[in-house]
Design a protein around this ligand. Structure first.
Ligand code: BTN
Length: 260
């Protein structure tokens, strides 16, 4: 674990590695409330109540994967919050590409293989520790060394791991070291309001671009359109069959078929 935090300047310099937690998100929040500094990270070998987005759980068995939460204090002025999850997706995808894994970002919060199977998930939870001190708890789960038969049946059709993609086992802490370096780099750009570079990087890694996708709107309506990248606020641009553009602020999209 020590080697994983040696390449960064400030991210992960305060860290905890725990054998078993409910969720690293909860441990990180408690730690912030009792004085953890900006950039502190909580890493766990396993989670008993790993959380995903929208009330889902995150499969968190021991000895195989990475589960961590970084506690990051938001600067007073920052780009639109919708771009924060894009930042983390780009950071994780670029780090995993260092291991020759051909991975992509899938709006809004997923890192996927070329065939669209998910290998990493990102959960961002915000809270205010004292007035005017707003934190983002950036939780990242990466399937590192799981073999296909080690996924539960419900995940088998849609999930993958670095081991499956790369055809070899990887050192979890080497992966963590790269992810932390990349996250630190992109956080500094984001916090400095240098968003243009991030949007370019996102475009290079955008798995949805040009694909026909289906999305459920907050009012329950279902729409289909062709994904056309994102806006500077991090919204997904969809071109509908009548040629109009619909922008999605949040949500899950599924791919119908590739059109380009
Ligand atoms: C998702 O894709 O739904 C987000 C998954 C996020 C999982 C990570 S694992 C580390 C951190 N602790 C949690 O309980 N969740 C996040």
């Amino acid at each position: 674990m020590v080697s994983a935090v040696q390449k960064t300047k400030w991210l992960g310099k305060s860290w905890q590695f725990l054998e078993c937690v409910g969720s690293t998100q909860d441990v990180a929040k408690e730690w912030v409330l009792s004085g953890a500094p900006h950039g502190a990270i909580v890493v766990a070998d396993m989670q008993t109540h790993g959380r995903g987005r929208v009330g889902r759980s995150w499969f968190s068995p021991p000895g195989k994967n990475l589960y961590f939460t970084a506690a990051l204090q938001l600067p007073h002025s920052h780009p639109p919050l919708g771009t924060l999850s894009l930042l983390v997706g780009v950071a994780v995808a670029e780090a995993l590409r260092k291991f020759d894994a051909k991975v992509f970002v899938k709006w809004a919060n997923d890192v996927v293989s070329e065939s669209g199977r998910k290998l990493a998930g990102i959960l961002i939870e915000g809270f205010e520790s004292v007035p005017q001190k707003v934190w983002a708890l950036v939780g990242v789960g990466i399937n590192v060394n799981l073999a296909e038969n080690e996924f539960p049946d419900d995940l088998k059709p849609t999930a993958t791991s670095l081991k499956i993609i790369c055809g070899r086992e990887l050192d979890r802490f080497e992966v963590l070291a790269e992810v932390l370096c990349s996250l630190e780099f992109w956080w500094e750009k984001w916090a400095g309001n240098e968003i243009a570079l991030l949007l370019q990087a996102y475009e290079r890694l955008d798995w949805l671009r040009g694909k026909r996708v289906r999305a459920i709107l907050p009012n329950g309506a279902m729409i289909e359109g062709i994904a056309q990248g994102i806006t500077a606020d991090g919204e997904l641009r969809l071109i509908l069959p009548d040629g109009t553009e619909q922008r999605l602020v949040a949500g899950d999209v599924s791919v119908r078929e590739a059109v380009s």
